[in-house]
Design a protein around this ligand. Structure first.
Ligand SMILES: [Zn+2]
Length: 125
């Protein structure tokens, strides 16, 4: 099942019944009877996030890159994937581009082409 089909099923299960003012999932614990449209929108957003769907975060500054954790992974503006390997000098190692010897290329945050998309937030440094 594609992501579009999965989301369609989720939205179908959680349609808002305006006449009865209740979600069709009848989850009275979360939304309650007589929930208003705004409450239902929050409920539906929570269901979508709980199902694992989220918008990828975009990084636009070197400072934001520095704030990511160890083993954080980003896709840069040129299509190269970088992982933060914790090196104190050049903390970013390329995963999708290699040097002449076949190893990774190391760069500092200021040298990563932005904007970059966060693929993994990483762990606390
Ligand atoms: Zn619902």
């Amino acid at each position: 099942m594609s992501a579009r089909e999965e989301l369609s099923v989720v939205l179908r299960e959680h349609r808002y019944d305006r006449v009865r003012a209740v979600c069709e999932c009848s989850d009275e614990v979360q939304v309650g009877l007589n929930c208003d449209a705004e409450t239902h929108e929050q409920h539906a957003a929570s269901i979508i996030l709980a199902a694992g769907y989220s918008k990828p975060r975009t990084i636009t500054t070197a400072e934001e890159l520095d704030a990511l954790g160890w083993k954080a992974t980003v896709l840069d503006a040129n299509g190269c994937v970088w992982v933060n390997d914790g090196d104190t000098l050049d903390e970013w190692a390329s995963l999708s581009e290699r040097n002449l010897q076949g190893g990774p290329i190391w760069r500092g945050s200021a040298d990563i082409a932005l904007p970059a998309t966060v693929l993994h937030e990483g762990e606390a440094k």
